[in-house]
Design a protein around this ligand. Sequence first.
Ligand code: PLP
Ligand code: COI
Length: 343
Amino acid sequence: MVQKKDIDWGSLGFSYVVTDKRYVANYRNGAWDEGGLISDDKVVMSEDAGVLQYSQSVFEGLKAYTTADGHIVCFRPDLNAERMYNSALRLEMPPYPKDKFVEAVKQVIAGNEAWVPPYGSGATLYIRPYMFGISPVIGVKPAEDYQFRIFVTPVGPYFKGGARPIDIKVSDFDRAAPRGTGNIKAGLNYAMSLHAIVLAHKEGFAENIYLDPATRTKIEETGGANTIFVDADGNLVIPKSDSILPSITRRSIHYVAEHYLGLKVDEREVYLDEVHNFREMGLCGTAAVICPVRAINDHGKEIVFEDNNHGVMGPVLQKLYDTLTGIQMGTVEAPEGWICQID
Ligand code: PLP
Ligand code: COI
């Protein structure tokens, strides 16, 4: 056991801390090199790198946990590997091999063992794989060379106040075009959301809920998380759309709801004008875990989720949260293949 860093784990927010090691691999002359851990946290590249000019970059996010019995694990890294593979193809980048991705995740966690927050601290280790065009491009075309990296940073809750229900607003901006890039994890999807999130924060909201750009009648997702709803019968309703990110947390919640909690799950298009019928709404993602929504503000009209309206998350979200985090931290038995042990 390494000596853990002297950090007040419980007071961490969701921010960046430079840790000891990062993983780097380079794609040159049409092939990925071996890759490995390095200590230097700086990236040096051409002023004309593809990522700097035409935003050719994709990324991922997953977490490592210390389990109740003291092991370090991460959650479904194979799904991050696959999603990043698909993201890269969409941006004409050479995908990083999926088995090497999982291997690299394991190496970078092991190399930063002292930074993995202890069990029960409320913090986790956030892992950020990313990849970008590093060689010069001036005509609009893909770069020739790429870099794949992973850094890690210990984090606390994504939203201030932990699991307290948040208020979100219907954004007047669109997040993704109908046949655009909403279903991949590309930096460009977040660049365009920055103006909208700054406005939302100024108005006192924690996040934006984006509607489908074609009709602006259906729920898509927030800037950094998918959404789930609980209907009047206590069952789960999950918005379906081709232009939202296929969240690994949301897909895991779907399985947990059906197979652990015996809930009915309806994955379908969800209209903004029906959500007043729901009792609970949650945001779900690696960073957000499950964050309850108290109300959606639609241009001054509040749609309140009654079971999240008393300062804590509603009962169904709470059960999903407890089961999912129990699986991640080793107190609830995991489905085959969900937990990847590091040590
Ligand atoms: N949607 C968006 C836009 C995100 O950025 C994220 C974060 O990764 C998610 C959803 C949640 O995905 P996951 O559960 O795989 O972290
Ligand atoms: C994640 O949940 O991993 C994300 O990438 C969300 C991000 C906006 C912090």
